[in-house]
Design a binder for this molecule. Sequence first.
Ligand code: ZN
Length: 638
Amino acid sequence: MGHSIVEDDLKKQLVAMLPVESNVTKITYEGPFLVVYSKNPKVLMEDGEIVKNLARMLRKRILIKSDHDIRMPKDEAEKIIREIVPTDAEITAIAFDDDMGDIVIEAKKPGIVIGKNGSTLRELVKAVFWRPTVVRTPPLTSSLIQNIRRILQQHSATRQAALLNIGQRIHRRLISQTGGWLRLTALGGFREVGRTCLLLETHESKVMIDCGVNVGSSSPTHMFPRLDLPEFELQELDAVIITHAHLDHSGFAPFLYKYGYRGPLYCTEPTRNLMTLLQIDYLEVANREGKLSPYSFRNIQEELIHTIPLKYGEVTDIDPDMRLTYHNAGHILGSAIVHLHLGEGVYNIAFAHDFKYAKSRLLDPATSRFPRIETLIMESTYGGPRDIVASRKESERQIVKIINETINRRGKVLIPVLSVGRAQELMIVLDELTRRKLIPEIPIYLDGMIGEATAIHTCHPEYLSANLRERIFHAHENPFLSEWFTQVENQNTRDEIAESGSCVIMATSGMLAGGPSVEHFRLLAPNEKNSIIFVSYQADRTLGRRIQNGAKEIQMVGPTKKTQLVRVNMDIHTSDGFSGHSDRRQLLNYLRRISPKPEKVVLIHGEESKMLALANTIRRSLRAETLTPQNLETIRMR
Ligand code: ZN
């Protein structure tokens, strides 16, 4: 071909450092990874130090793969794998990726496939010459994850080509070696909640952090991030970095692919899966309700092909002058605080968009220790002076009281929830309350994408709290599988539930902005025996907020498309204690304990009055420079 995939001098350097007998046939990029294909990978695998030293010297992440010609034929390889791995590992599936040379082994006991210190896995590689990844067979099957795997498999060649392009771009030469400037532009989610989006630019590169939609809004000027800035050029974007799956952080990302962006999207693996689920649901709800949808299913698929999942703590080059590391944010499964290291340690920024600085049942608290940090971008959702939420214990007592009172008068309890996050937290709580007989054994219905989202949770147990992991793996007590939960399938079931006895209904969406919760509300609202409990943030102008504020009559459209006036006679309650956000106290605690201390704090993700109030307190009591930019403003950091 004449031209080399990896720059010639880097290639020479690499080959010179590898033993001759490793017989390297190709050196290429797969996104941020430098991949070395070898006809004798045993040499490199037996002496792990060679590769480690190489990675250290080149400051790149390196993967060793076997040359295509020496990989064992698939059926033979599958046979050998089943022979080598002890049967009590209970392998449930083995899938091959021809283009990438990868195999995914799904087993009920992945630890046994891996073996002590990875011994079984190493033995496997040397026997079959494929690169194995071991995943746990989830107790609930997620059809979405199966579909994602199928799509990635089908488009493996396209993905490989895309990853090569991405890799070449990441490892391009710096334009100038001297440190330049650094600017952050607010594209959405400033002095408001929804459509979070930021653009970070240096003299070398441009990255976007989060790309959300405001699902509560119906006005086109407030729904989407402001990508209409003259300095925003889609083709110049090096990377899109997503903090977590909620639509107000990820919902607009497929739009970038619709308009020709073909660069990488970084996120954790649970975020990839949950984000895809929520984006698909967003399109389905929009189609069903005749609303504007800014992109199509095809664009979601394109996004998926370009998504590069990263684990917490992995330091990854994303362009010539930025390194990205994800840290636990404690907000929802796979949620992350994004840490960016710019230049050679010149500047460090952490983005704590949505985070919980307290333990929840589902997750461990957000990380507060970073290697370095100059600026912290922090949410302010509950930053107002009155936003001290009840403790988890008090909130649980409150829920017990509401549920029991409602059941005593033969009513039903509706809890509108986000399908990802609060739904699972509440499932763990309701399961425990039932087990401890604090509430009677009544049916708990789940409506919307909750079932699928829960299945995805069971696929990534390593991201759950230490406590919950302990219960699931050692006490064999998985609250998500409890018998009291029933998934609602269709409208008939909703009508039947409305006619039947006492129950709890958890339904999406959390702000009554479309989805089945609206339908349950329409059916249950007129009866004063029923109760509704709001457990998540209700954005301005949403139906949820109006009801929370005491609206007594609501114009609604029923399933037959007829408009009707619904009287709200049911009991209205709010319980913020289950929130995945840090409340005012936790936000301030975080700033006190974060290490090292940032010089500058920039507030995001909060209503204007709360943001300004929190900024005042931070300036006064913590003496930190605190900024509250508006959308479309740019801050210069260096
Ligand atoms: Zn969120």
